[in-house]
Design a protein around this ligand. Sequence first.
Ligand code: FAD
Length: 407
Amino acid sequence: MNNKNYNTIIIGGGAAGFFAAINLAEQTSNHSIAIVERGKDVLQKVRISGGGRCNVTHAQFEPKPLSLNYPRGEKELLGPFHSFMTGDTISWFQERGIELKIEEDGRMFPVSNSSQTIIDCFISLAQKHHIDILTSNNVASIEKKDLWELHTKTDTFSCDNLVVTAGSSPKVWEMMRKLDHTIVNAVPSLFTFNTVDKQITELAGIALEARVDIPQLKLESQGPLLITHWGFSGPAILKMSAWGARELHKADYQFDLVINWLNYLSHQECLESLFERRKNSKKQVGNEWLFDLPKRLWKYVAESVQLTEKNWADCSNVDLQNLATHLTASTFAINGKSTFKEEFVTAGGVDLKEVNFRSFASKKQENLYLAGEILNIDAITGGFNFQNAWTGGWIIARAISTKKREY
Ligand SMILES: Cc1cc2nc3c(=O)[nH]c(=O)nc-3n(C[C@H](O)[C@H](O)[C@H](O)COP(=O)(O)OP(=O)(O)OC[C@H]3O[C@@H](n4cnc5c(N)ncnc54)[C@H](O)[C@@H]3O)c2cc1C
């Protein structure tokens, strides 16, 4: 049985843990640091992130708009972003030889297009700074004595400062509960919606800007919407799944989704255009599609109100009202959800009220720090989840290193 003491131990060799460890090592001297990791390898999520390319951050360079991408953590991250955010992340990697590039939608990746670049950088910096990486060490319990004491199956480690960056781990949440922290129950976030409506799933591949509502849960969203073989996806849906994660979980993912295929156009505005068309067209409704809607989608809507083969001129007011309703408020029964590109994110974790966001220190225990997904913080897709990990890790390093200088 080993019993080794460090100045700082970090539980969890993921994004937040490595960022905290490296920055702490860079800002201190003679400060012993260990990363204790349960897996055989570290940085496993970084490896698979962004489809193997690692979406490191997002090209949003102001704290306030950046914070709006966090359904949980928006208010709390605003202050920290003034200390370390996107621009700092880009410079940090650049100074260590890694260039990031911006894609059209704002996501940022290493120019190499490989998450291995990020992993190699972290591992070589950890080695350079003599950070002990203790893999295959599953922390089973934590005790607060004069120092922190961590127990794995075979070893005990002790330290002055304990940094917990164990991600969404129910076991570690339970350890935090025993240290007087409140844990907000975990529910999935960032998923797509399923429907058994075959007529709509046959239109898989259609993408357009739309507005989506779930009236019974008072949720709404807007943006690109994608029809898939199993239902609906795209940013409009993913945003809704993140912001409404708790309500949707409560509804057991069974609800009515209302889609306005015309985005911001109201029923009345749509109806006026349809009346106009009735005056001017000799064609059949199914053969003349309006509002720049994809042809297949227009046909589907026209069929839903049995107007495909009717001439515009023969349509009654009721016909056009029905058509306007289907165009601006098509309703679909949603039953279930699917994971988005295996990028599952969890909403839940250590209650944010119990963390001091100037230092990411626990308000419940001295010399305890928490960052990354262990906290009840999560973001929509696009590089924001990693930005949370970098910001938390960096601020913890600053907090511990400045504390040391005050001794
Ligand atoms: C498939 C996928 C793709 C993703 N792609 C992106 C992306 O491109 N961009 C983005 O911003 N976000 C992405 N995310 C989200 C992002 O990966 C996470 O938000 C981020 O990794 C969280 O970092 P973390 O350090 O808090 O936790 P993690 O990276 O999960 O690290 C926690 C570590 O703690 C270890 N651990 C847990 N319990 C113990 C214990 N008891 N003892 C010791 N060690 C323990 C774990 O093994 C793990 O290594 C993706 C997520 C997934 C699942």
